[in-house]
Ligand binder design. Structure first.
Ligand SMILES: CC(C)(COP(=O)(O)OP(=O)(O)OC[C@H]1O[C@@H](n2cnc3c(N)ncnc32)[C@H](O)[C@@H]1OP(=O)(O)O)[C@@H](O)C(=O)NCCC(=O)NCCS
Length: 167
């Protein structure tokens, strides 16, 4: 499938499918429960495109099979503090299309965007339960960076991974 899959910016007609897939992918993670507030945020693609770029993976028949939010720089969606940094959030692949290389394509598209805008690094946060994602990030060259972890008020540790683009 990946050779036929196209990664491109989400169009308004993709927003609903991209939101649904994001919720479905996160709901499928064993040991992780997003909760209604985060689910509503994941579904709100229209809000995300105001300040970030939502990319989708489209199958040859036009079906959306994955989505990711590229946060180009500082702003409401940034989970980083450096003006020379970009972020990647809400990487998700339709559970029926996982394991085929789509997640890797979406993550690589974010890296390409960060590189093209001459950012120093790409920063993301994940949780302990997201083990498939950790393997993907490590294989792409992200480094686990505990010094940039966040602790949510609910007691969840958001574990940082950083990809150095400069030097
Ligand atoms: C993480 C996720 C986006 C990966 O997407 P995917 O299309 O299934 O991944 P790919 O097929 O591109 O695989 C890329 C790499 O991910 C890792 N990976 C994928 N599925 C895995 C699994 N079930 N177990 C362990 N590692 C896995 C492997 O390193 C794999 O590389 P390889 O094929 O060379 O071994 C997808 O599993 C998903 O949507 N998960 C739920 C949401 C989530 O956790 N998002 C990340 C938030 S930080």
């Amino acid at each position: 499938m990946p050779a036929d899959v196209l990664v491109r910016p989400a169009r308004p007609e993709d927003y609903e499918a991209a939101g649904d897939i994001t919720v479905a992918a996160y709901a499928s993670i064993e040991g992780f429960s997003p909760g209604p507030r985060y689910e509503a945020e994941m579904r709100d693609v229209a809000a995300r495109v105001e300040t970030a770029e939502v990319l989708v993976a489209a199958a040859p028949d036009g079906r959306i099979v994955g989505a990711v939010t590229f946060v180009p720089g500082l702003g409401p969606l940034a989970e980083f503090e450096g003006a020379d940094e970009s972020g990647m959030r809400m990487l998700a692949v339709d559970p029926a299309a996982q394991g085929l290389g789509v997640g890797r394509m979406l993550a690589q598209a974010c890296l390409e965007r960060a590189r093209a805008t001459e950012r120093s690094r790409l920063v993301l946060h994940t949780t302990r339960a997201m083990t498939a994602a950790h393997a993907l990030y490590r294989s792409l060259g992200f480094a686990r960076t505990p010094g940039r972890d966040f602790h949510t008020p609910g007691g969840l540790v958001l574990e940082a991974y950083v990809y150095e683009l400069s030097g």
